[in-house]
Design a protein around this ligand. Structure first.
Ligand SMILES: Nc1ncnc2c1ncn2[C@@H]1O[C@H](COP(=O)(O)OP(=O)(O)OP(=O)(O)O)[C@@H](O)[C@H]1O
Ligand SMILES: [Mg+2]
Length: 379
Protein backbone atom coordinates (compact mmCIF):
# COMPACT_ATOMS: atom_id res chain seq x y z
CA UNK A 1 0.00 0.00 0.00
CA UNK A 2 1.31 3.42 -0.96
CA UNK A 3 1.95 5.77 1.96
CA UNK A 4 0.92 9.40 1.78
CA UNK A 5 3.03 12.23 3.14
CA UNK A 6 0.87 12.43 6.23
CA UNK A 7 1.23 8.73 6.86
CA UNK A 8 4.97 9.02 6.55
CA UNK A 9 5.08 11.89 8.97
CA UNK A 10 2.90 10.01 11.35
CA UNK A 11 5.19 7.00 11.22
CA UNK A 12 8.10 9.26 11.98
CA UNK A 13 6.28 10.62 15.01
CA UNK A 14 5.56 7.09 16.13
CA UNK A 15 9.21 6.19 15.79
CA UNK A 16 10.39 9.12 17.85
CA UNK A 17 7.77 8.51 20.48
CA UNK A 18 8.85 4.90 20.78
CA UNK A 19 12.45 5.93 21.15
CA UNK A 20 11.44 8.49 23.75
CA UNK A 21 9.62 5.83 25.73
CA UNK A 22 12.61 3.51 25.53
CA UNK A 23 14.99 6.18 26.80
CA UNK A 24 12.50 7.23 29.42
CA UNK A 25 12.34 3.68 30.72
CA UNK A 26 16.10 3.45 30.88
CA UNK A 27 16.19 6.70 32.84
CA UNK A 28 18.06 8.49 30.08
CA UNK A 29 16.32 11.81 30.53
CA UNK A 30 17.95 14.16 28.09
CA UNK A 31 17.61 11.65 25.27
CA UNK A 32 14.00 11.05 26.20
CA UNK A 33 13.30 14.79 26.28
CA UNK A 34 14.81 15.38 22.86
CA UNK A 35 12.77 12.54 21.35
CA UNK A 36 9.56 13.74 22.96
CA UNK A 37 10.30 17.17 21.57
CA UNK A 38 10.77 15.79 18.08
CA UNK A 39 7.48 13.93 18.41
CA UNK A 40 5.70 17.14 19.35
CA UNK A 41 7.32 18.99 16.48
CA UNK A 42 6.20 16.48 13.90
CA UNK A 43 2.70 16.16 15.26
CA UNK A 44 2.32 19.95 15.26
CA UNK A 45 3.49 20.02 11.69
CA UNK A 46 0.91 17.38 10.80
CA UNK A 47 -1.86 19.41 12.39
CA UNK A 48 -0.72 22.52 10.56
CA UNK A 49 -0.45 20.78 7.20
CA UNK A 50 -3.82 19.06 7.43
CA UNK A 51 -5.94 21.28 9.65
CA UNK A 52 -9.13 19.46 8.71
CA UNK A 53 -7.86 15.94 9.40
CA UNK A 54 -10.03 14.03 11.86
CA UNK A 55 -6.91 12.60 13.55
CA UNK A 56 -5.88 16.01 14.82
CA UNK A 57 -7.83 15.67 18.01
CA UNK A 58 -5.82 12.59 18.75
CA UNK A 59 -2.54 14.22 17.80
CA UNK A 60 -3.29 17.12 20.10
CA UNK A 61 -3.82 14.65 22.88
CA UNK A 62 -0.47 13.02 22.15
CA UNK A 63 1.21 16.41 22.04
CA UNK A 64 -0.23 17.24 25.43
CA UNK A 65 1.01 13.91 26.81
CA UNK A 66 4.50 14.48 25.47
CA UNK A 67 4.63 18.02 26.78
CA UNK A 68 3.57 16.93 30.21
CA UNK A 69 6.24 14.30 30.25
CA UNK A 70 8.87 16.77 29.06
CA UNK A 71 7.94 19.20 31.83
CA UNK A 72 8.19 16.49 34.42
CA UNK A 73 11.54 15.24 33.18
CA UNK A 74 12.94 18.76 33.09
CA UNK A 75 11.80 19.41 36.61
CA UNK A 76 13.47 16.24 37.79
CA UNK A 77 16.65 17.15 35.93
CA UNK A 78 16.90 20.44 37.78
CA UNK A 79 16.39 18.79 41.10
CA UNK A 80 18.85 16.80 43.11
CA UNK A 81 18.86 13.25 41.75
CA UNK A 82 17.09 11.26 44.38
CA UNK A 83 15.76 7.77 44.03
CA UNK A 84 15.13 8.48 40.42
CA UNK A 85 16.73 5.42 38.98
CA UNK A 86 13.53 3.52 39.02
CA UNK A 87 12.13 4.02 35.55
CA UNK A 88 8.50 4.97 35.65
CA UNK A 89 5.63 4.40 33.32
CA UNK A 90 5.76 7.31 30.90
CA UNK A 91 2.28 8.87 30.93
CA UNK A 92 -0.48 6.90 29.27
CA UNK A 93 1.05 7.61 25.93
CA UNK A 94 2.16 4.09 25.40
CA UNK A 95 -1.27 2.64 25.96
CA UNK A 96 -2.76 5.08 23.53
CA UNK A 97 -1.81 4.97 19.91
CA UNK A 98 1.87 4.74 19.82
CA UNK A 99 2.58 1.06 19.87
CA UNK A 100 5.71 -0.20 18.25
CA UNK A 101 5.21 -1.49 14.75
CA UNK A 102 7.05 -4.67 13.88
CA UNK A 103 8.47 -4.77 10.40
CA UNK A 104 7.23 -7.93 8.73
CA UNK A 105 6.00 -7.88 5.15
CA UNK A 106 3.33 -10.07 3.56
CA UNK A 107 5.86 -11.54 1.16
CA UNK A 108 8.04 -12.76 4.02
CA UNK A 109 5.22 -15.06 5.03
CA UNK A 110 4.91 -18.33 3.16
CA UNK A 111 1.40 -19.11 1.98
CA UNK A 112 -1.39 -18.58 4.59
CA UNK A 113 -3.51 -17.17 1.80
CA UNK A 114 -6.81 -17.89 3.54
CA UNK A 115 -5.75 -15.85 6.49
CA UNK A 116 -4.48 -12.99 4.34
CA UNK A 117 -7.69 -13.03 2.35
CA UNK A 118 -9.85 -13.00 5.46
CA UNK A 119 -8.01 -9.95 6.73
CA UNK A 120 -8.56 -8.22 3.47
CA UNK A 121 -12.25 -8.98 3.35
CA UNK A 122 -12.96 -8.15 6.95
CA UNK A 123 -10.79 -5.10 7.45
CA UNK A 124 -9.60 -3.52 4.23
CA UNK A 125 -12.92 -3.58 2.37
CA UNK A 126 -15.22 -2.38 5.17
CA UNK A 127 -12.85 0.48 5.94
CA UNK A 128 -12.86 1.55 2.31
CA UNK A 129 -16.56 1.10 1.67
CA UNK A 130 -18.66 0.67 4.81
CA UNK A 131 -21.73 1.41 2.67
CA UNK A 132 -21.35 -1.97 0.97
CA UNK A 133 -21.89 -3.75 4.30
CA UNK A 134 -25.49 -3.03 5.32
CA UNK A 135 -25.39 -5.87 7.84
CA UNK A 136 -22.14 -4.77 9.35
CA UNK A 137 -18.90 -6.68 9.06
CA UNK A 138 -17.02 -9.19 11.18
CA UNK A 139 -14.87 -7.50 13.78
CA UNK A 140 -13.57 -10.45 15.70
CA UNK A 141 -11.09 -12.75 13.97
CA UNK A 142 -9.45 -15.76 15.55
CA UNK A 143 -6.32 -17.43 14.23
CA UNK A 144 -5.80 -20.88 15.63
CA UNK A 145 -3.50 -23.77 14.83
CA UNK A 146 -0.38 -25.65 15.90
CA UNK A 147 2.58 -23.75 17.36
CA UNK A 148 5.12 -22.18 15.05
CA UNK A 149 2.99 -21.87 11.93
CA UNK A 150 2.80 -18.13 11.59
CA UNK A 151 -0.05 -16.77 13.73
CA UNK A 152 2.03 -14.18 15.51
CA UNK A 153 3.97 -13.49 12.34
CA UNK A 154 0.74 -12.79 10.52
CA UNK A 155 -0.31 -10.24 13.10
CA UNK A 156 3.04 -8.51 12.74
CA UNK A 157 2.53 -8.29 8.99
CA UNK A 158 -0.97 -6.91 9.43
CA UNK A 159 0.52 -4.13 11.53
CA UNK A 160 3.01 -3.35 8.80
CA UNK A 161 0.80 -3.76 5.78
CA UNK A 162 -2.55 -2.41 6.84
CA UNK A 163 -2.80 1.23 7.58
CA UNK A 164 -4.35 1.18 11.01
CA UNK A 165 -3.60 1.94 14.60
CA UNK A 166 -2.25 -1.27 15.99
CA UNK A 167 -2.39 -2.45 19.59
CA UNK A 168 -0.54 -5.63 20.30
CA UNK A 169 -1.24 -7.33 23.59
CA UNK A 170 -0.01 -10.57 24.99
CA UNK A 171 -2.83 -12.05 27.02
CA UNK A 172 -0.53 -14.19 29.13
CA UNK A 173 1.34 -11.17 30.36
CA UNK A 174 -1.83 -9.20 31.08
CA UNK A 175 -2.86 -12.01 33.34
CA UNK A 176 0.38 -12.49 35.17
CA UNK A 177 1.94 -9.06 35.43
CA UNK A 178 -1.02 -7.10 36.61
CA UNK A 179 -2.97 -9.85 38.19
CA UNK A 180 -5.88 -8.49 40.17
CA UNK A 181 -6.05 -5.47 37.94
CA UNK A 182 -6.18 -7.22 34.64
CA UNK A 183 -9.84 -6.47 34.04
CA UNK A 184 -9.04 -2.78 34.35
CA UNK A 185 -6.35 -3.18 31.76
CA UNK A 186 -8.76 -4.85 29.41
CA UNK A 187 -11.23 -2.01 29.90
CA UNK A 188 -8.57 0.61 29.36
CA UNK A 189 -7.26 -1.07 26.28
CA UNK A 190 -10.66 -1.11 24.64
CA UNK A 191 -11.61 2.37 25.69
CA UNK A 192 -8.40 3.75 24.30
CA UNK A 193 -8.97 1.82 21.07
CA UNK A 194 -12.48 3.21 20.77
CA UNK A 195 -11.19 6.72 21.30
CA UNK A 196 -8.59 6.24 18.62
CA UNK A 197 -11.17 4.87 16.21
CA UNK A 198 -13.56 7.71 16.81
CA UNK A 199 -11.31 10.05 14.91
CA UNK A 200 -11.75 7.96 11.81
CA UNK A 201 -8.91 5.50 11.58
CA UNK A 202 -9.24 1.72 11.81
CA UNK A 203 -7.90 0.26 15.01
CA UNK A 204 -6.74 -3.32 15.40
CA UNK A 205 -6.32 -4.92 18.77
CA UNK A 206 -4.22 -8.04 18.52
CA UNK A 207 -4.38 -10.39 21.48
CA UNK A 208 -1.83 -13.14 21.34
CA UNK A 209 -2.36 -16.37 23.33
CA UNK A 210 -5.95 -15.31 23.81
CA UNK A 211 -6.77 -18.60 25.55
CA UNK A 212 -5.04 -17.34 28.68
CA UNK A 213 -7.80 -14.77 29.14
CA UNK A 214 -10.34 -17.51 29.65
CA UNK A 215 -8.72 -19.17 32.60
CA UNK A 216 -9.04 -22.78 33.53
CA UNK A 217 -12.69 -23.54 33.69
CA UNK A 218 -14.15 -25.01 36.82
CA UNK A 219 -11.10 -23.82 38.65
CA UNK A 220 -11.26 -20.11 38.08
CA UNK A 221 -10.01 -17.54 40.50
CA UNK A 222 -11.88 -14.28 41.01
CA UNK A 223 -9.61 -12.02 38.97
CA UNK A 224 -9.77 -14.28 35.96
CA UNK A 225 -13.54 -14.43 35.93
CA UNK A 226 -13.72 -10.66 36.06
CA UNK A 227 -11.20 -10.27 33.28
CA UNK A 228 -13.01 -12.76 31.14
CA UNK A 229 -16.34 -11.05 31.65
CA UNK A 230 -14.85 -7.67 30.99
CA UNK A 231 -13.44 -8.99 27.75
CA UNK A 232 -16.78 -10.43 26.67
CA UNK A 233 -18.47 -7.15 27.46
CA UNK A 234 -15.90 -5.18 25.50
CA UNK A 235 -16.23 -7.53 22.57
CA UNK A 236 -19.99 -6.94 22.55
CA UNK A 237 -19.32 -3.26 22.33
CA UNK A 238 -17.03 -3.78 19.39
CA UNK A 239 -19.49 -6.08 17.67
CA UNK A 240 -22.39 -3.68 18.10
CA UNK A 241 -23.68 -3.24 14.55
CA UNK A 242 -25.04 0.19 15.22
CA UNK A 243 -21.56 1.51 15.73
CA UNK A 244 -19.81 2.62 12.60
CA UNK A 245 -16.34 2.80 14.09
CA UNK A 246 -13.65 0.45 12.90
CA UNK A 247 -12.31 -1.43 15.89
CA UNK A 248 -11.19 -4.99 15.18
CA UNK A 249 -10.09 -7.67 17.55
CA UNK A 250 -7.75 -10.35 16.30
CA UNK A 251 -7.00 -13.20 18.64
CA UNK A 252 -4.46 -15.98 18.24
CA UNK A 253 -4.22 -19.28 20.05
CA UNK A 254 -2.70 -22.71 19.76
CA UNK A 255 -5.19 -24.04 22.29
CA UNK A 256 -8.57 -23.27 20.73
CA UNK A 257 -10.23 -25.96 22.83
CA UNK A 258 -9.48 -23.89 25.91
CA UNK A 259 -11.93 -21.27 24.67
CA UNK A 260 -15.53 -21.59 25.76
CA UNK A 261 -18.53 -20.94 23.59
CA UNK A 262 -19.18 -17.31 24.55
CA UNK A 263 -15.62 -16.57 23.56
CA UNK A 264 -15.79 -18.51 20.35
CA UNK A 265 -19.04 -16.92 19.29
CA UNK A 266 -17.59 -13.43 19.49
CA UNK A 267 -14.86 -14.26 17.05
CA UNK A 268 -17.06 -14.38 14.00
CA UNK A 269 -14.25 -15.43 11.74
CA UNK A 270 -12.18 -18.40 12.82
CA UNK A 271 -9.27 -19.23 10.63
CA UNK A 272 -7.09 -22.29 10.74
CA UNK A 273 -3.38 -21.58 10.37
CA UNK A 274 -2.21 -25.11 9.57
CA UNK A 275 1.10 -26.85 9.18
CA UNK A 276 2.74 -25.83 5.92
CA UNK A 277 1.78 -27.91 2.90
CA UNK A 278 4.38 -29.01 0.37
CA UNK A 279 3.74 -25.85 -1.60
CA UNK A 280 4.10 -23.64 1.44
CA UNK A 281 7.35 -25.39 2.26
CA UNK A 282 8.62 -24.50 -1.19
CA UNK A 283 7.87 -20.89 -0.39
CA UNK A 284 9.52 -21.25 3.00
CA UNK A 285 12.52 -22.67 1.21
CA UNK A 286 12.73 -19.61 -1.03
CA UNK A 287 12.35 -17.25 1.91
CA UNK A 288 15.10 -18.84 3.97
CA UNK A 289 17.45 -19.87 1.15
CA UNK A 290 17.57 -16.29 -0.07
CA UNK A 291 19.95 -15.27 2.70
CA UNK A 292 22.18 -18.34 2.71
CA UNK A 293 24.96 -19.74 0.60
CA UNK A 294 23.78 -23.13 -0.65
CA UNK A 295 25.83 -25.68 -2.56
CA UNK A 296 24.57 -26.74 -5.96
CA UNK A 297 23.67 -30.22 -4.71
CA UNK A 298 20.94 -28.89 -2.42
CA UNK A 299 17.76 -30.37 -3.76
CA UNK A 300 14.73 -28.26 -3.05
CA UNK A 301 12.21 -30.90 -4.05
CA UNK A 302 13.80 -33.50 -1.84
CA UNK A 303 14.04 -31.13 1.08
CA UNK A 304 10.40 -30.18 0.73
CA UNK A 305 9.51 -33.87 0.68
CA UNK A 306 11.59 -34.68 3.74
CA UNK A 307 10.08 -31.89 5.80
CA UNK A 308 6.53 -33.19 5.67
CA UNK A 309 5.00 -32.66 9.11
CA UNK A 310 7.41 -29.94 10.17
CA UNK A 311 6.10 -26.50 11.16
CA UNK A 312 7.24 -23.17 9.76
CA UNK A 313 9.42 -22.53 12.75
CA UNK A 314 10.84 -26.08 12.54
CA UNK A 315 11.70 -25.29 8.96
CA UNK A 316 13.51 -22.12 9.96
CA UNK A 317 15.35 -24.05 12.67
CA UNK A 318 16.50 -26.64 10.14
CA UNK A 319 18.03 -23.94 8.00
CA UNK A 320 19.52 -22.33 11.04
CA UNK A 321 20.90 -25.69 12.14
CA UNK A 322 22.56 -26.28 8.79
CA UNK A 323 24.06 -22.80 8.84
CA UNK A 324 25.37 -23.30 12.37
CA UNK A 325 26.98 -26.51 11.25
CA UNK A 326 29.10 -24.88 8.55
CA UNK A 327 29.99 -21.98 10.81
CA UNK A 328 31.09 -24.38 13.53
CA UNK A 329 33.27 -26.11 11.01
CA UNK A 330 34.68 -22.83 9.88
CA UNK A 331 35.85 -21.94 13.36
CA UNK A 332 37.11 -25.41 14.15
CA UNK A 333 40.69 -25.35 15.37
CA UNK A 334 40.93 -21.59 15.16
CA UNK A 335 38.48 -19.48 17.07
CA UNK A 336 39.97 -16.14 16.17
CA UNK A 337 39.49 -16.28 12.42
CA UNK A 338 38.62 -12.89 11.06
CA UNK A 339 39.10 -13.71 7.39
CA UNK A 340 37.72 -16.18 4.92
CA UNK A 341 34.25 -17.58 4.45
CA UNK A 342 32.40 -20.62 5.66
CA UNK A 343 31.73 -23.18 2.95
CA UNK A 344 28.35 -23.40 1.28
CA UNK A 345 25.67 -25.53 2.93
CA UNK A 346 25.37 -28.91 1.24
CA UNK A 347 22.49 -31.38 1.03
CA UNK A 348 24.25 -33.64 3.52
CA UNK A 349 24.16 -30.88 6.11
CA UNK A 350 20.40 -30.72 5.81
CA UNK A 351 20.10 -34.48 6.01
CA UNK A 352 22.24 -34.47 9.09
CA UNK A 353 20.13 -31.84 10.80
CA UNK A 354 16.92 -33.60 9.82
CA UNK A 355 18.09 -36.86 11.35
CA UNK A 356 18.53 -35.12 14.68
CA UNK A 357 15.33 -33.14 14.70
CA UNK A 358 11.77 -34.38 14.75
CA UNK A 359 8.69 -32.27 13.97
CA UNK A 360 7.53 -30.30 16.98
CA UNK A 361 3.87 -31.03 16.36
CA UNK A 362 2.62 -34.59 16.72
CA UNK A 363 0.02 -36.21 14.46
CA UNK A 364 -2.25 -36.66 17.50
CA UNK A 365 -2.17 -32.93 18.12
CA UNK A 366 -3.09 -32.32 14.51
CA UNK A 367 -6.22 -34.42 14.73
CA UNK A 368 -7.31 -32.26 17.65
CA UNK A 369 -7.01 -29.13 15.54
CA UNK A 370 -8.87 -30.76 12.67
CA UNK A 371 -11.64 -31.80 14.98
CA UNK A 372 -11.98 -28.38 16.49
CA UNK A 373 -12.00 -26.85 13.04
CA UNK A 374 -14.78 -29.18 11.92
CA UNK A 375 -16.90 -28.11 14.85
CA UNK A 376 -16.24 -24.41 14.88
CA UNK A 377 -15.04 -23.42 11.47
CA UNK A 378 -16.12 -19.99 10.33
CA UNK A 379 -14.32 -18.69 7.30
N1 LIG B 1 4.23 -19.16 7.05
C1 LIG B 1 5.44 -18.81 7.51
N2 LIG B 1 6.27 -18.11 6.71
C2 LIG B 1 7.49 -17.73 7.14
N3 LIG B 1 7.99 -18.04 8.35
C3 LIG B 1 7.22 -18.75 9.18
C4 LIG B 1 5.90 -19.17 8.81
N4 LIG B 1 5.37 -19.85 9.84
C5 LIG B 1 6.29 -19.84 10.82
N5 LIG B 1 7.41 -19.20 10.44
C6 LIG B 1 8.64 -19.02 11.24
O1 LIG B 1 8.40 -19.53 12.53
C7 LIG B 1 8.48 -18.51 13.52
C8 LIG B 1 7.40 -18.69 14.55
O2 LIG B 1 6.15 -18.40 14.00
P1 LIG B 1 4.99 -17.71 14.85
O3 LIG B 1 5.58 -17.07 16.05
O4 LIG B 1 4.20 -16.85 13.97
O5 LIG B 1 4.16 -18.99 15.27
P2 LIG B 1 2.76 -19.07 16.01
O6 LIG B 1 1.82 -19.71 15.07
O7 LIG B 1 2.40 -17.75 16.58
O8 LIG B 1 3.11 -20.11 17.16
P3 LIG B 1 2.57 -20.20 18.67
O9 LIG B 1 1.24 -20.85 18.58
O10 LIG B 1 3.57 -21.05 19.33
O11 LIG B 1 2.51 -18.80 19.21
C9 LIG B 1 8.36 -17.22 12.75
O12 LIG B 1 9.01 -16.15 13.40
C10 LIG B 1 8.98 -17.55 11.43
O13 LIG B 1 10.39 -17.47 11.51
MG1 LIG C 1 2.37 -17.02 18.51
Amino acid sequence: MQMSASEELEQMAVRFANEAIQFDRQGSKSNAISRYERTVEILLKLCALYPEAPQNKLYMQQIENCKQRIRLLKEQNGRFEESDHTPRQPARLEQLVLTEKPNVKWNEIADLRDAKKAIEESIVFPVKRPDLFPLGWPRGILFFGPPGCGKTLLAAAIATEIYAVFYSVDAASIMSKWLGESEKNVAELFSSARQAAEVGKPVIIFIDEVDSLVGIRGDEVGGEVRTRNQFLKEMDNVLDKKRQTHVYVIGATNKPWALDEPFIRRFQKRIYVPLPTAESRQELYEIYAKNLKLASDVDRTLLVEKTEGYSGSDFRDIFQGAQTKVVREFFEGNHSKTQGQARAIAMDDFKDVLRKRKPSVSPQMLTLYDKWFETYKAL
